[in-house]
Design a protein around this ligand. Structure first.
Ligand SMILES: CC(C)(COP(=O)(O)OP(=O)(O)OC[C@H]1O[C@@H](n2cnc3c(N)ncnc32)[C@H](O)[C@@H]1OP(=O)(O)O)[C@@H](O)C(=O)NCCC(=O)NCCS
Length: 131
């Protein structure tokens, strides 16, 4: 059964495995720290297996950033990414956070546009090379 939970207890290893499933790097150390500092995160499970994840970083007032939106390949295109985005946006609106940002590649513009994001230019850089 597919279930969604907000900021539930989770092992960093499960997120790293999910990241690896979509070809992303990920260090267990990152999530040991970042889960504690996250504004909130959303997990999607198929029974006990983590098959979707989304993280929200925020100062709690003016800005928030939705990152790490991941759905395990076998579960993609079934509405799970959309459901997690809707849950995140709904909670941020309820919490009266003024702005929500997201960074994405051009090929995902259709996916993000439908939630109402205005497409703007953005920049990002890595400050060190991750394994
Ligand atoms: C992007 C992602 C989270 C979407 O989750 P999902 O559960 O597959 O999405 P949904 O089923 O809710 O929505 C499907 C829509 O996503 C878009 N989409 C999904 N995967 C895509 C891909 N690889 N390339 C382009 N668009 C894609 C399509 O627009 C699709 O729309 P359609 O149903 O009209 O064809 C998922 O594909 C994923 O984890 N991708 C790898 C990691 C990634 O790139 N994350 C985004 C970081 S910004």
């Amino acid at each position: 059964m597919i279930t969604y939970e907000i900021s539930c207890p989770i092992e960093p290893k499960q997120i790293v495995e999910l990241r690896n499933s979509v070809g992303w790097n990920g260090l267990t150390d990152w999530y040991e720290k970042s889960l504690k500092n996250s504004y909130f995160y959303i997990c999607c499970f198929d029974d006990k297996e983590l098959i979707g994840f989304l993280d929200v970083v925020s100062n709690g007032v003016t800005d928030s950033y939705i990152q790490d939106v991941i759905v395990k390949p076998e579960y993609q295109c079934r509405g799970i990414g959309t459901r997690m985005m809707e849950m995140a946006i709904e909670k941020l609106k309820a919490d009266k956070i003024y702005a929500i940002s997201v960074l994405f590649e051009e090929r995902l513009a259709k996916f993000y546009r439908k939630f109402g994001f205005h497409i703007m230019q953005a920049g990002q850089m890595e400050t060190y090379k991750a394994d």
